[in-house]
Every structure is written in structure tokens, then in C-alpha cells.
Write a protein that binds this ligand. Sequence first.
Ligand code: VGL
Ligand code: ZN
Length: 182
Amino acid sequence: MKALLIVDLQNDFCPGGALGTPEGDIVVPVINKLIDKFSLVIASRDIHPEDTVHFEKWPPHCVKGTKGAEFHPDLNTDKISSKLEKGTGNRDDGYSAFEATNANLEYLLRKNEVTELYVAGLTTEYCVKETAIDAVEKGFKTIVVTDAVEGVRQNPGDEQKAMEVMKQKGVEFTTSKEIEKE
Ligand code: VGL
Ligand code: ZN
């Protein structure tokens, strides 16, 4: 069983958002197309309290109840069967979707007999990377869809570095074109 996990495709990570990636919204149509190829689609959101140690590292973003915390308005959410919230505490970053506090992602995947987890969304260097590495470490075959993820690009080369770390940890890569062929 294959599942698609859409990570943090929220207004605040899109251009113009509080922690906008330069090109984050280009993945929206790519992901909307990808969704058709999966029978199980899960999405995570970064949902922070107003006060959190996380905001010592980052400008405030994705605060619970704000517009910035909502999914990008063009994301087709119809098929998303589970909406995970992470980063909800005030003592840590909560980058990985496996740290969701409103559902247990590992349990959800095992219950649905998921063996291959396809990962898309934002941001390549943080939440996509940490989620993908956690998935590999929990024993799932994990495939990042390279044209369906975008980086926050704080420093030149950060995205490439993140891809290399994921690769070293055993994460695999594909493109939406390859998936469409299947
Ligand atoms: C993220 C920075 C801070 C992410 C979340 O979703 O990748 N990045 N919080
Ligand atoms: Zn965050």
C-alpha cells in the first residue's frame, strides 16, 4: 500500500507568508495532480502556540487559528483523510510529522498497511527532511517527490545538503512524472 504525505503546505510557508519559501506555491498544482494517484492521502500542518522556543529560531509563523496556518487555498483537500498537527508544544520544534500531537502517524500508516510513503510539501530542509528520515528509521520505504517539495533556502546550498542527508539515511527520490507513468 502506498500513501502520499503532504507536509506543511500552508500559507505562511508560501511566498508572502511569515516564513515564505521563495517558490513554495509552485508545488501546489504538482501535488493536486499527484493526489489522484494515491488512495491514501495524509497532510500535516505546522501549528504553533503564540509562545514557543521555536520562535527563538524563526519568525512567528503558523500560529494556531491564523490564516497563515491554513492550507494553501488552491490545495485540493477533498481526499485528505487525516490532517496532522505538529509543533503544537512550546518546548521544541516539532519538525517531523511523526511528532503530530492529534494523531499517531506511525500507527495510522501501519493500520493502513502502508509500505511505501511518498513525501511532498514544505520545507525541504526542515519538515520534509525530518519527516522522511523518521519514516525511514521506522522502517517505511520512503520516497521524496523532488518536484513536489520546495526549500526555505536560508543559505545557498541548504536544499542540496538536505537532499544529501536524506539520501545517506536511505530516503529514495522520484518525480511526479515518474509517478504519473505508473
Ligand atoms: C518548518 C521551519 C520552521 C517546515 C517549520 O515546515 O519545514 N520550517 N517550522
Ligand atoms: Zn514551525
